[in-house]
Each structure stands twice: as C-alpha cells, then as structure tokens.
Design a binder for this molecule. Structure first.
Ligand code: MLT
Length: 338
C-alpha cells in the first residue's frame, strides 16, 4: 500500500513537471535592458514599471533585467547596439538619440518644453507618434515609453552661477549633442562633449567643472559627492525614452508586440507619477547633502534670449523645417516663429 502511494506521488510529480513545461512557452524571454543612470532615478523607475507591466501583459511569459549605470555601454553606444540587434532595450536621455535621428531635436531645442505637462502633451500626442516613426526610420530603434525627469539644472564644483557672465571660465561637460553644444556657445562658453558613462569620473578628476542634468539624475548619479553649486536653469526638460531594437520588435508575434506597447504606456504613466512624487524630496535631500542652489537672475531672461535667438534658427533644417518647431509650439499653445 505504502509503495503504491509513493508510486502515485512520483507519477503526479512527473505529470506536474510535464505540464509545467508544456504550458511555459519556449519563446519566453528575460530581456536585457540597458540603463544609463544609477539606481534611484527616473530611468530605473521607468524600467521597473515596464518590467512589471510586461510580466502582467504577457501573463508572466516575458520579463526583463535592468543593467544600471551604463554597464551595457554609453547611452549613445546602446542606440547603435540596438540598431544592429545586439541589444534589445535601452533607457536613455532623448539628447543621446538626437545624433541618430535629428528630428527628435525638436524636443531638446532650448526653452521649448517648459513643464512636465508640456512634455506629456508633446510625447503622448501626434508629434510623439511622428517622432517614433522617424526614430524607427533613421536609427533602427522604436520608442515604446517615455520617462520624464525634470529640467536639466546646471551643477559645478567652483562657484555659484547666477548669470551668463558667471559661466565664464567654467569647463562644462555636455553630451555629444550639437544643440546643447551650441546653446553653451551662445552663453559664451565652449563646452566639453563627453559620454555620459565617463561623466562622474570627469567631474571627480576635475577634467570638467560642471554639467547639467535633472535633480533626480544628479541624485541617482551621486553627483553631490563631486559638485557643490546648482543653478535652476530650465533650458531643457529632460525626456528619457525606453527604446526597443526594431529588429527585436519585428521578431515578436502580434500579441507580444501589443503587450510590449501596452506595458510601455503603463510605464510612461508611472514615470510621470514618480517625477511628481519625488522631485521636491530629492531636491531637499541634495541640499541636506551640502549642495547650494541659486536661481538665475532676471527670471533667466539673458539665458533664454541668447539661446533661443542663436540656437533655434540654426537647427530648423535638421529637425525637419521651422514648421516642425511650430507644430510643437502650437500643440503647447504658444505663438509660432516666422
Ligand atoms: C546625458 O547627460 O548624457 C544624459 O542626459 C544622461 C542621462 O541619461 O541621464
């Protein structure tokens, strides 16, 4: 009798194992997701929300693993790797996609996006849809979610900066992004282009004195350890998409494609919530850690006038014509430029 029970138990266990294998699809995947920033920031929040939503929308079939802090390469390298299909997903700042698909520059022209609401409106409407098509066409990657990180504030290790004149003599790191390089030139300094993955070391070793990125990114990258002064400039509202290699996307079944898009939409909503709930706490934390915050003089007027006058016209052609900028301005309820 005992022997019979034991045999039955073994048979049941074998059937359970067989069943488990037969209902786990062979194509189940754990995708590698490159993340440019360290933990605690918007990029990680977007990535975590995407993985959770993907698991949910595929009934647990697909998942993903985040590789933080540029472990899978600099942000611009991850665009190349996704384009050739050696990387499936990456979360990175939009300014690091612009060199591969210049029309997304309409989102990084200085002083175009002036709030989180502006960023949501532009990315989640017809303009965002068109930019997604353009990135597939130009760069072989598809944007499936948007993270919102706040304004890129200026930090440096030398002195408080309140005016354009105060910038003189500071060596500022910028991404390899023509719009950002030209913005600093309009402010009278020649910035140093440097990959994101090298920026902490560059600041620490004083190769550069400063950089700009949102408060949340400054916090995630522990820049408070190597930077003291912050200036609340608002020239770029940082948008950080999740991209999927177009080759990977096209290899998915229709059902999986829909699941990925749905997960991306949910992650986008979660990212905006994360920013709304955490930016002021993180800013206060950075002050506690010793950072000193200044506002630019005269409501930033000099910064705004110099940047918009010199930079906007220079990039009309690369973003697809002045009419592309006017579409964005119209969507945001602002007057067009002539
Ligand atoms: C950069 O400055 O290169 C990026 O904005 C960094 C980031 O992805 O947070």
């Amino acid at each position: 009798m005992k022997l019979l029970l034991r045999t039955n138990a073994i048979t049941m266990a074998a059937i359970a194992v067989m069943l488990a294998f037969s209902i786990t699809p062979l194509s189940a995947k754990d995708y590698n997701i490159a993340v440019g920033d360290g933990g605690g920031g918007t990029q990680e929040a977007l990535g975590k929300a995407f993985i959770e939503a993907l698991k949910k929308s595929t009934g647990g079939k697909h998942t993903g693993t985040l590789f933080l802090n540029g472990q899978l390469g600099s942000e611009q390298d991850t665009v190349n790797n996704a384009a050739i299909g050696t990387l499936d997903f990456s979360i990175l700042a939009i300014n690091n996609i612009t060199p591969f698909s210049p029309t997304v520059g309409s989102l990084t022209l200085p002083y175009v996006i002036l709030s989180l609401e502006d960023a949501e409106k532009v990315t989640q409407g017809p303009i965002g849809e068109q930019l997604i098509k353009n990135t597939v066409r130009d760069a072989g990657v598809r944007i499936i979610a948007w993270a919102y990180s706040g304004f890129r504030v200026l930090t440096n290790s030398k002195r408080p900066v309140k005016s354009v004149a105060d910038l003189k003599g500071l060596v500022i790191r910028v991404p390899k992004n023509a719009i950002m390089i030209d913005t600093y030139k309009a402010w009278g300094v020649s910035p140093t282009p440097m990959a994101w993955s090298e920026t902490f070391a560059g600041l620490q070793q004083k190769v550069v004195d400063g950089q700009d990125n949102p408060y949340i990114t400054v916090y995630a990258m522990k820049f408070d350890e190597v930077q003291k002064y912050v200036t609340n400039i608002r020239y770029i509202f940082s948008i950080e998409p999740l991209i999927i290699s177009e080759a990977t996307y096209q290899s998915l079944s229709d059902e999986d494609k829909a699941a990925v898009i749905k997960a991306g939409k949910e992650a986008t909503t979660a990212s905006a919530k994360f920013l709304r709930e955490s930016e002021s706490r993180i800013k206060a934390d950075l002050v506690k850690k010793g950072m000193e915050i200044s506002d630019p003089e005269n409501n930033e007027k000099e910064f705004i006038d110099l940047a918009t006058k010199a930079v906007w016209p220079k990039f009309y052609e690369s973003i697809g014509g002045v009419e592309r900028l006017n579409e964005v301005l119209k969507e945001l309820g602002r007057d067009p430029v002539k």
